[in-house]
Design a protein around this ligand. Structure first.
Ligand code: NAD
Ligand code: DAO
Ligand code: ZN
Ligand code: ZN
Length: 369
């Protein structure tokens, strides 16, 4: 079939709106009509060329929501008409990783997903006979896409696509890092570096679990009001701090953070996030994706004296199990997504969504089809 898609032909160039060919679902795959998709910082990172795993040409996008239109042979867990959220972290429920409660990183289709193809080693997308890569196994910047069955979460049908698409990445990554990865306890002191689309969801997760003190750190003072709305109790602009940021944060939290979260992708901030943690027990969680080849460093004594350094992908969430629950939280009014969606636009204006992000003017832009 012919589908409308934003194609990334080359790193550093704007996306191009094209009519591309999409083959139907093969065994174990589903065809999904994408109704809405968010534009995440990670799409921009890949498009910029900084992502060492970035492949071109490709159809980017990994934060979508839509409806199953057709299923391939052997598909049992979803049927046409089901509402779904695509999962860039799948959940096969059978692999060694899925069977280990310590991780959410299902490896069932990892090698082919990393090569931009479906599990049989081929792409469903092409343009004038030339293969186009899938991206993160999801490719939601198209009005139809094909996904492995294990990479879709079935969700309730009354959930609005243009809001719950954000659960496909940003919401789950932020909330999940607090709830599933760090397991933040009520009464905790939390420091969040970066108050963008991920950091705000860390803040709302920290408020949800009953953190007492939620400190937000951002160099953009315009982020303050939104972060306060989501539960931030103290704002720190590093550019306004006299002296070093770490002792300032340790002082503010009266001894250090119980938990800190790096939501920028800056290795210097990752170090500060670790070192502002409380001696003896503080845990720092890296969420931000650093540039290719960058390394983190600290004095080992920071760890010897009881601080913990961790990372979190997709918030530690198991997509098919946890994403439908997060959709329920939204529908029950337990989490706020609406106020984070600052811009809604058609596919034809998707490059504006990237521009808004680069200028720091949006939290989330959502494309509706
Ligand atoms: P964003 O651009 O919306 O937000 C980044 C924020 O960091 C902005 O508010 C910016 O002002 C602030 N910032 C920049 N430099 C700073 C500095 N030196 N000190 C303090 N604040 C600073 O980005 P986002 O969508 O929230 O994504 C954040 C990071 O998370 C990115 O690296 C993205 O690739 C990554 N990410 C990771 C996962 C995962 O599963 N681990 C999932 C999605 C996104
Ligand atoms: O299993 O080896 C693996 C890779 C899992 C990919 C997790 C990606 C999380 C960070 C990228 C940001 C996603 C938007
Ligand atoms: Zn698995
Ligand atoms: Zn994302």
């Amino acid at each position: 079939m012919d589908v409308r898609a934003a194609v990334a032909f080359e790193a550093g160039k704007p996306l191009s709106i094209e009519t591309v060919h999409l083959e139907g679902p093969k065994a174990g795959e589903v065809l999904v009509e994408i109704k809405a998709t968010g534009v995440c910082h990670t799409d921009a990172y890949t498009l910029s060329g900084a992502d060492p795993e970035g492949l071109f040409p490709a159809i980017l996008g990994h934060e979508g929501a839509g409806v199953v239109v057709e299923v391939g042979p052997g598909v049992r867990s979803v049927k046409p008409g089901d509402h779904v959220i695509p999962l860039y972290t799948p959940e096969c429920r059978e692999c060694e990783y899925c069977l280990n409660p310590k991780t959410n990183l299902c490896q069932a289709i990892r090698p082919t997903q990393g090569r931009g193809v479906m599990p049989d080693g081929t792409s469903r997308f092409s343009l004038d006979g030339r293969m186009i890569h899938h991206y993160m196994g999801t490719s939601t910047f198209a009005n139809y896409t094909v996904l492995p069955e294990i990479a879709v979460a079935k969700i309730r049908e009354d959930a609005p696509f243009d809001k719950v698409c954000y659960i496909g990445c940003g919401v789950t990554t932020g909330l999940g890092a607090v709830i599933y990865t760090a397991k933040v306890e009520p009464g905790s002191k939390v420091v969040v570096f970066g108050l963008g689309g991920i950091g705000l969801n860390v803040i709302q997760g920290a408020r949800m679990v009953g953190a007492d003190m939620i400190v937000g750190v951002d160099i953009n003072p315009a982020k303050r009001a939104m972060a306060e709305k989501f539960g931030m109790t103290h704002f720190v602009n590093p550019n306004e701090v006299e002296g070093d940021l770490v002792p300032y944060l340790v002082d503010l939290t009266r001894g250090g953070a119980d938990y800190s979260f790096e939501c920028v992708g800056n290795v210097k901030l990752m170090r500060q996030a670790l070192e502002c943690c409380h001696k003896g027990w503080g845990t720092s969680v890296i969420i931000g994706v650093a540039g290719a080849g960058e390394e983190i460093s600290t004095r080992p004594f920071q760890l010897v004296t009881g601080r913990n350094w961790r990372g979190s992908a997709f918030g530690g969430a198991r997509g098919r199990t946890d994403v439908p629950k997060i959709v329920d939280w939204y529908m029950e009014g337990k989490i706020n997504i609406d106020d984070m969606i600052t811009h809604v636009m058609p596919l034809e204006r998707i490059n504006d969504a990237f521009d808004l992000m680069h200028r720091g003017e949006s939290i989330r832009s959502v494309i509706t089809f």
